[in-house]
Write a protein that binds this ligand. Structure first.
Ligand code: NDP
Length: 238
């Protein structure tokens, strides 16, 4: 991996940061693209990825002039090529293309694929020594030690994007490691906060998907309703 340049040199020379968003069409991806949209002079989009949503991916690619886009579903390559016809954006399909997106020279990578599928592309970014904003908690849940060792070896900077962990990261930065006694992560209980256990047992999918505060992807919303998300967050924090 050492032959892969860390930075997009043209972007670097102009003071512009080259950015890759893995999972650009999801909830976190959407918020990330909004941030990039707010300061177009500061960022250049190197690569964007999605799983199946070709129309949304192609729309983002055109809006941001992405250099490369990858769709994980290998059967959607032609659809993606058709959607990008007339643009200069290169494209690929399949898991290997998503990894290629992460390997391309962006200074900063948002790892926002949902689930364990996010591990390999995030590792590819880490192995380049990139700055990786980690929303995908599954990287740390599935392979925490391994992931952090690889990051240390490559000199990658992992920035926690999950809100609780980002808050911890900022709080820990204000003191010394020896001062830390205990880390507490709280939970709201999401849509079932005031429900009885008996009522929760009868809950429908639609009720579980109705988080009172946050509009998030379906997996994390269900994980929040079942409190599984808090378990994942404790592992992530460890
Ligand atoms: P979403 O389901 O909204 O988006 C997931 C993104 O990953 C989409 O771009 C999706 O593409 C893509 N994707 C899904 N499966 C695959 C796959 N097998 N291969 C490649 N790409 C895939 O998820 P969220 O944005 O909610 O969550 C992303 C990560 O961030 C999760 O790990 C979650 O736990 C974490 N997180 C999310 C928070 C939130 O507020 N949403 C808060 C804290 C952490 P497509 O659109 O084509 O399906």
């Amino acid at each position: 991996m050492s032959a892969v340049p860390l930075r997009n040199n043209k972007a670097a020379a102009s003071g512009v940061r080259a950015v890759t968003v893995l999972g650009a069409t999801g909830s976190i991806g959407d918020s990330t693209m909004d941030l990039l949209r707010a300061s177009p002079e500061r960022y250049q989009v190197e690569a964007l990825t999605a799983n199946t949503n070709v129309p949304a991916l192609a729309k983002l690619a055109k809006e941001f002039g992405a250099r490369f886009v990858a769709i994980a579903d290998p059967d959607r390559l032609q659809e993606l090529k058709d959607a990008l016809a007339g643009t200069r954006t290169e494209c690929g399909a399949g898991d290997s293309a998503v990894i290629e997106a992460a390997t391309r020279p962006a200074d900063w990578v948002m790892a926002a694929v949902s689930g364990a599928a996010g591990l390999k592309p995030a590792l590819a970014a880490v192995d380049r020594g990139a700055t990786v904003a980690l929303a995908n908690k599954e990287c740390l849940v599935c392979a925490g030690d391994f992931f952090m060792q690889r990051a240390a070896k490559a000199g990658a900077c992992i920035l926690p994007a999950d809100s609780e962990h980002n808050a911890l990261f900022q709080a820990l930065g204000s003191g010394n490691r020896e001062e830390l006694v205990r880390v507490i992560i709280t939970a709201s209980g999401g849509p079932f906060r005031t429900w009885t256990v008996a009522d929760i047992e009868q809950a429908t999918l639609a009720q579980a998907l109705k988080h009172p505060n946050w509009s998030m992807g379906q997996k994390i919303t269900i994980d929040s309703a079942s409190m599984m998300n808090k378990g994942l967050e404790v592992i992530e924090a460890s």
